[in-house]
Design a protein around this ligand. Structure first.
Ligand code: NAD
Length: 400
């Protein structure tokens, strides 16, 4: 099979099953430029483990810390390499591009590709840290996955996005057909809730931290952050009060347990509630894409719009480092969604919500911006890329 091909977007439902290597590299370069433009972190970390490091918030965290603090980063992710003439997944190309650039810039990087939920990956990461890295002073937990095999029981669990207690009917944006529709989601069963907590709750984060602690690879003062989302009332039935919200509550339980563990070495663990952005995970949640299209319009018109990289740069520079204190809310969360939830922003979204139809959605929402962001996740629509030219599908990542 020739490894050079013209790569076009192949969208199936809410996912794009192809990815453009040069476009993904350009997207990573954009994020690197953004991180470099932010002031350097004064007391930033030296050695960072990022679990879920290839796309979305995890990739942005990796870039922000590598370029904001010159941190060595070990990135764990689950991505598809190129094979049999098919392009790799976007996260693979992102990681290949990030590693290549970071090495050129003299920044230490290493990546591990495989199932982070398993014991084998935890052991592999520990061995890399022991042999090649200073002790870890920050662990970023940014996994988003539809399934998890419990390493203790061997049982597989699937997360679902369902309301709890009653069915929920709402307006939604079908991003495949570009149409506003009504969607009815059936209420979750007890099993659905338990499975979603197993996959997206805090158990695996705890297992990681316990394993790292037991192996003696955490530095004095080590911190750990996991990302969460709460959002506005229109999405609560499917998010905050739904199965995924239960899983996020469990993340908070885990944060407290990990915090107690890390305090023994003067460290801490916390949950950062981030703003809604277009990622492979958020585009799969019913109702959320319509909300994001409205939100982007409201935030862009006020010049307070942020993507993943701007959010995490603000998190690290104004909360975690530079002699700042974590500004916890009453429930113990760091709130990076404070601009999203501003009253004027939410009022605009809330006022427009009932008026949106298929006919007026391009005028009343930033669906055009949403679609551009979505395609960009897979390396499409970036400037200065010749999308008509065959491109090299192979993109090696050292050691993988
Ligand atoms: P994403 O889909 O962009 O990234 C998920 C990452 O997890 C990827 O690196 C992927 O390779 C990795 N991954 C998935 N399964 C894996 C496995 N079994 N083993 C190893 N790696 C695996 O997701 P995202 O939207 O950036 O979400 C990351 C976190 O941020 C989640 O906790 C999410 O709830 C939270 N968050 C997201 C948003 C949003 O709007 N997207 C908002 C606030 C908080």
């Amino acid at each position: 099979m020739p490894t050079k091909q013209v790569v076009r977007p192949r969208i199936r439902g809410y996912i794009c099953v192809s990815a453009h290597p040069d476009g993904c590299a350009a997207h990573v370069r954009e994020q690197i430029e953004c991180a470099k433009a932010s002031p350097q972190l004064r007391d930033g970390p030296k050695s960072v483990l990022i679990i879920g490091a290839s796309t979305g918030y995890g990739l942005a965290s990796r870039i922000a810390l590598a370029y904001g603090a010159h941190a060595a980063t070990l990135g764990v992710f689950f991505e598809k390499p190129p094979e049999n003439g098919r392009p790799a997944s976007a996260g693979w190309y992102n990681s290949a591009a990030f590693e290549e650039q970071a090495r050129k810039d003299g920044i230490w990087v290493k990546s591990l590709n495989g199932d982070a939920f398993g014991d084998a990956m935890k052991e592999q990461a520990i061995q890399v840290i022991k042999k090649e890295m200073p002790k870890i002073d920050l662990v970023v937990y940014s996994l988003a996955s539809p399934r998890r095999t419990d390493p203790k029981t061997g049982l597989s669990h699937r997360s679902v996005l369902k309301p709890i207690g009653q069915t929920f009917t709402s307006k939604t944006l079908d991003t495949d057909r570009n149409r506003i529709e009504e969607i009815t989601l059936e209420a979750a069963t007890e099993n659905d809730i338990a499975d979603t907590v197993k996959v997206m709750g805090g158990e695996d984060w705890e297992l990681w931290m316990e394993a790292l602690d037991a192996a003696g690879v955490l530095a004095h003062g080590c911190q750990s952050v996991a990302y969460s989302y709460l959002g506005p009332q229109v999405t609560w039935p499917v998010y905050k009060n739904g199965t995924i919200g239960r899983a996020k509550q469990d993340l908070t339980r885990a944060a407290n347990a990990i915090d107690a563990l890390l305090k023994l070495r003067r460290g801490r663990a916390f949950v950062s509630v981030n703003k809604a952005v277009v990622t492979q995970s958020s585009s799969a949640i019913p109702v959320v894409p319509l909300y994001i299209a409205l939100l982007f319009r409201a935030m862009k018109s006020r010049s307070i719009h942020e993507g993943c990289i701007q959010q995490v740069c603000r998190l690290f520079s104004t909360q975690v480092y530079n002699d700042n204190f974590l500004d916890f809310d009453d429930e113990g969360y760091v709130r990076m969604d404070n601009w999203e939830l501003r009253e004027d922003v939410q009022k605009e979204v809330f006022d427009l919500w009932p008026r949106i139809t298929t006919e007026n959605m391009n005028e009343l929402t930033d669906y055009v911006g949403y679609q551009k962001e979505f395609l960009k996740l897979f390396g499409f629509g970036l400037p200065d890329i010749d999308y008509e030219a065959p491109t090299e599908l192979d993109a090696p990542i050292a050691g993988l």
